[in-house]
Design a protein around this ligand. Structure first.
Ligand code: CMC
Length: 431
């Protein structure tokens, strides 16, 4: 059944086509609005704007549903791995044995950075934030590969190689950024280690002794990567699509995604949560004073790790992470006062009318930092872990743009509210 919407402006009526997605999401297509009516729409923060049609990820924020390529996040969290899920997200279906083996082989093949990249790391001060290093180094890595640098969407094989290189090398760059900040020698990836184990090896091994990785620790970090692997048109993914729409190369587009992710309202929230919990702990607050401040708009404080533009129900990723958090801490025999504060904050917020009325629930970042802290990952690396996890989602969105013959450069409009015609005045006359 075809549905239409009618728009009436100044007594004139226009018919706009409507469309419905495979999960019943409804949209009014305004692609021709300006040409036919002279009007644009205004939607600051894009809360009501669909910027694309996509087959990758489905979210129902009211019901707390998240699915990658149709598969519920709960099933993937229980049964899959980050690498398998990355394949699913990028290529559209779960891999067969041989597809998974070929994908893993590519990740192994490309895990080493070009040796000259070491000199780039040397140029950063030890205090540099690893997200700055990550973004810069993803771009730098593309300079060592002509095919990526002078990217043209040519064939799937080139894309597969570039995608595997990015997923693999982002992990190597991240570990090197950490080692650089601690003044430690770089540890090369090991071909025999699996993806997440290899990352922990590059982070924590000594040159003469491999770090012993408990399987539960590798599993928990792998789960964190998997839960972050995609989240439809959020700030960083939209940024990647925006940059990709100009036909910039894959590495340049994803490096822009890292910058968009960095902020505390997005991927930097996990770092902000931990800093908030530490501050609450240090001031001897049980969380009550902080909650009061978070409700006061003049305090400049927010309950970090709470709230979401799309989820108006519990973030399904937060439920999974909370359980994993309890399990990892129990396994490592760690009792973390910050976990107690987090649980207290959650319980208090969930019955506070301010948070209830605004449908503010814990999001994925609320508990993930406590797991990472237990593993020994320093707080400034938290957004980097998010970026490693999000890479498959960015790559899949990039692929969608490149495969769409109707794809156009992203170029929003604005409503100008500045000065009307105004003339140049010479410097002497300006006194
Ligand atoms: N603490 C206190 N008040 C909040 C919070 C919070 N964490 N989040 C939203 N509110 C209030 C907000 O002030 C507003 O109140 P009012 O209606 O009185 O003006 C109302 O709730 C609606 O919030 P909003 O700012 O319109 O929501 P948004 O969709 O623009 O922002 C958000 C979403 C995630 C940026 C925001 O909830 C937030 O800043 N949360 C804390 C940061 C955070 O945890 N970010 C991680 C998001 S999940 C990971 C990811 O995918 O990026």
């Amino acid at each position: 059944m075809s549905v239409e919407a009618k728009l009436e402006v100044n007594g004139q009526t226009w018919t706009l086509p409507a469309l419905e997605g495979s999960e019943g999401e409804k949209a009014v297509n305004i692609s021709d609005l300006r040409l036919s009516t002279g009007y644009i729409t205004l939607d600051e923060g894009y809360g009501n704007t669909g910027s694309c049609i996509s087959k990758i990820t489905f979210i129902d924020g009211e019901k707390g549903i998240l699915r990658y390529r149709g598969i519920p996040i709960e099933e993937l969290a229980e049964k899959s791995t980050f690498v398998e899920t990355a394949y699913l997200i990028i290529y559209g279906s779960l891999p067969t044995d041989s597809q998974l083996a070929a994908f893993s082989d590519l990740l192994t093949q490309y895990s080493m950075l070009h040796e000259d990249m070491k000199f780039h790391f040397e140029g950063f001060p030890a205090s540099a934030h690893p997200m700055a290093i990550l973004s810069a180094m993803i771009n730098a890595a593309s300079c060592f590969d002509d095919k990526i640098m002078h990217w043209q969407w040519k064939n799937l094989k080139d894309f597969e190689a570039a995608a595997a290189k990015l997923i693999s090398q982002v992990r190597t760059i991240a570990a090197y950024a950490y080692r650089k900040s601690r003044g430690l020698p770089f540890i090369y990836p090991k071909r025999t280690y699996k993806y997440t184990r290899n990352f922990l090896h590059m982070m924590f091994s000594a040159p003469d002794e491999d770090f012993e990785v408990k399987p539960e620790v590798a599993k928990a970090l792998d789960l964190i990567f998997l839960l972050h692997a995609d989240h439809e048109q959020n700030c960083s993914t939209s940024t990647v699509r925006m940059v990709a729409s100009s036909q910039a190369n894959l590495f340049a587009s994803c490096s822009a995604g890292v910058c968009a992710l960095w902020g505390p309202l997005h991927g930097g929230a996990n770092q902000a949560v931990l800093e908030m919990l530490e501050q609450i702990h240090q001031t001897g607050d049980d969380g009550s004073r902080f909650i009061a401040a978070a409700k006061d708009k003049n305090s400049g404080k927010k309950l970090m790790g709470f709230g979401h533009r799309v989820y108006k129900n519990y973030d399904p990723r937060a439920k999974i992470i909370k359980k994993a958090c309890d399990e990892v801490l129990a396994h490592l025999n760690i009792s973390d006062p910050l976990l107690d504060i987090a649980k207290h904050l959650e319980a208090a917020a969930l019955k506070d009318p301010y948070f209830v009325e605004r449908k503010l629930y814990p999001n994925v970042d609320f508990y993930s930092g406590i797991i990472m802290r237990a593993i020994g990952i320093p707080v400034e690396m938290f957004p980097v872990i998010f970026a490693i996890g999000r890479m498959p989602g960015w790559i899949a969105n990039y692929k969608e743009i490149m495969e769409d013959p109707k794809s156009r450069i992203s170029r929003p409009r604005q409503v100008y509210i500045g000065k009307t015609l105004n003339h140049y005045v010479s410097l002497e006359q300006r006194q």
